[in-house]
Design a protein around this ligand. Structure first.
Ligand code: OAD
Length: 235
């Protein structure tokens, strides 16, 4: 069975009502990264960082998966699909996708600020200052901040290097190391990029750019891939 690796960014959740980061009305227009999304911010003003992520979590809990998330879950019924997402929301999982690797963490989880392996679900949607892990240390959001390592990169590189088809959806490809994943695609693989801004990536040969929103572009591509599989298997 063909292996399809899907790499998603904030754009896939935009039509679910979750703001992207770098579009005109994006989150980084409203907040300074250095004040809410770095270890230094956490040391300086943990309550403010906590509050920022509590607001993000509330938005995620109010959001619903959209047609793009559901189409990818459908794709899994026909191909060996691995999703690698930069998103901290859980909309892929809620749409029914089983194989989801989060590069930048998961907003619906909390972890110990000292023992990073101690991870817990966030029960009522809020992490408060004073909420502690079982060893007595403050809980923080289970997300990757700027300046922190991305622990899942190695496993993601391996996944991408085995892709027959690589689909990139709704990302500005501006944050590394995540954006560097695209360079691990085998030369023979077909690569699709679905993004209204869809800029060309010179180094990728078999690239098809679909300048559409995820909500229309992803279901159409999924339908095309499923139909092509049916046609090929009939030959
Ligand atoms: P960006 O905000 O940088 O880029 C969002 C992309 O989504 C842009 O290329 C838009 O054109 C596209 N887009 C907007 N609406 C769309 C739609 N309806 N359908 C499809 N695409 C759409 O977001 P990311 O690339 O995901 O990291 O950002 C990467 C990382 O930067 C995030 O994971 C986060 C952020 O800072 C951390 O916080 C560590």
């Amino acid at each position: 069975m063909k292996k399809i690796v899907v790499f998603t960014g904030a754009g896939i959740s935009a039509e679910s009502g979750i703001k992207t980061f770098r579009d005109a009305d994006g989150l980084w227009e409203e907040y300074k990264i250095s004040e809410v999304a770095t270890p230094e911010a956490w040391y300086k003003n943990p309550a403010m960082v906590q509050d920022f992520y509590n607001k993000r979590r509330k938005q995620v809990m109010e959001a619903l998966p959209n047609k793009a998330h559901y189409a990818l879950a459908e794709l899994e019924k026909h191909f060996d699909v691995q999703i690698i997402t930069q998103n901290i929301d859980d909309l892929h999982e809620r749409a029914g996708s089983k194989n989801v690797l989060h590069l930048h963490g998961e907003i619906m989880k909390a972890r110990s600020s000292t023992y990073e392996k101690l991870i817990y679900p966030v029960k009522n949607g809020i992490i408060s200052m004073g909420d502690k892990c079982e060893k007595g240390f403050q809980l923080r959001p289970h997300v990757v901040w700027f300046g922190e390592e991305v622990p899942n990169m190695e496993i993601a590189y391996k996944m991408v290097s085995k892709a027959d088809i690589f689909i990139i959806i709704g990302t500005s490809l501006s944050v590394y190391p995540a954006a560097g994943l695209i360079y691990y695609t085998p030369k023979k693989s077909k690569v699709y990029l679905i993004d209204p801004q869809g800029k060309n990536i010179d180094t990728i040969e078999n690239l098809e750019i679909i300048k559409e929103k995820a909500g229309t572009g992803v279901p159409a591509l999924v339908e095309h891939l499923i139909n092509s599989k049916k046609t090929t298997s009939r030959l």
